[in-house]
Design a protein around this ligand. Structure first.
Ligand SMILES: [Zn+2]
Length: 55
């Protein structure tokens, strides 16, 4: 469950699933393709990616 390669992350704004390749780096900024919110890629304590709004 903790594999990040070719996974999906939930957009915190619109709850859609955003595909990521798993090769992104923490602090990369990506845009939600649905609500166009700028999102910052972060890692939690379990070394799993999650997305946070980056206004
Ligand atoms: Zn979104």
């Amino acid at each position: 469950m903790s594999k990040t390669a070719g996974t999906y992350l939930d957009c915190p704004m619109c709850d859609c699933e955003i595909p990521i390749s798993g090769e992104e780096d923490p602090k990369d900024e990506i845009f939600c393709p649905y609500c166009e919110t700028p999102l910052l890629l972060k890692k939690n304590r379990d070394d799993e990616f999650f997305l946070q709004e980056n206004f």
